[in-house]
Write a protein that binds this ligand. Sequence first.
Ligand SMILES: O=C(O)CCC(=O)C(=O)O
Length: 303
Amino acid sequence: MTRTLTQEELDRYDQDGYLVIPDAVPPQRLADAIAETDRMLDVAFTITEGNTMLDVDPAHTPENPRVRRIKSQHEHSDFFHAFAAEPFIMELLSPLMPSGVRLHNTKINMKAPHVGESVEWHQDWAFYPHTNDDVLAIGIYLDDCTDENGPMFVTPGSHKGSVYDHHEHGYFCGAIDPNLIKPEIERAVPLTGPAGTLTIHHARLLHGSAFNRSTKARRFLLQAYAAADAWPLADLKGGLSSFNDRIVHGEPTLQPRMESPPVRIPLPLRPDVIVGSIYDNQSILENKFYRNLDKEKQAILAE
Ligand SMILES: O=C(O)CCC(=O)C(=O)O
């Protein structure tokens, strides 16, 4: 059974900038997504370094694979190409994006037991500002997500506030100095739930996540979408036909809806970072919020 968002959920999304929905993913679709993720990860046993599909930890080896992220799974898998336009997802999103829905990007963040990486605080909007901010990401936990295995933390209502500086040493690094957002981090809440829990977060919402301190994996599938009439300010990604091909609901338009959300441009890019690796990109942030937790991780790894 698929379902749309209730009026109460729409109001809560408007107010908080996120939703956690435990009952939206049909169990068979969850099982299929997990099976396809496992299939894609088999490649990790054959590679010594990252490639266009897999972002691997510096400690990765084929014998002891350490995949941090499957990048753009919709470009590497027919299953995930179709999954980006899943009817149950479109039913949830269409009231939020009545002008139509365009896929923006996809990824599956992997947090292996004990070693799963933290993600520093950021706003997706800083990576891809658009002409209006009807831009969001849905997430689906592929494993049970608890306080211990690195849930995503979000700051309710922060999608209506500032867009923060995500630069370090003159380059876009995709992370915010935590001193700029201390009160926002202090009132952040974890998004937890059993496997199959679906989250929706607004592109301007502040969020981050700690490393996985548990013995249980935490895989999180993310698909970001923009309203069909929201045009990116910084990068059309592949030209007009590929832009239009990513419409998953409704029709493309050549008439962007212009609104005035605050924006910053995510340039210049670091020349030394592989596209799609948020972990490498954020590594130049001097004042890392998760630095102490990362020290704890080093201690666990050294045991
Ligand atoms: O995996 C997570 O918990 C955080 C994901 C995230 O914020 C990102 O990949 O941009």
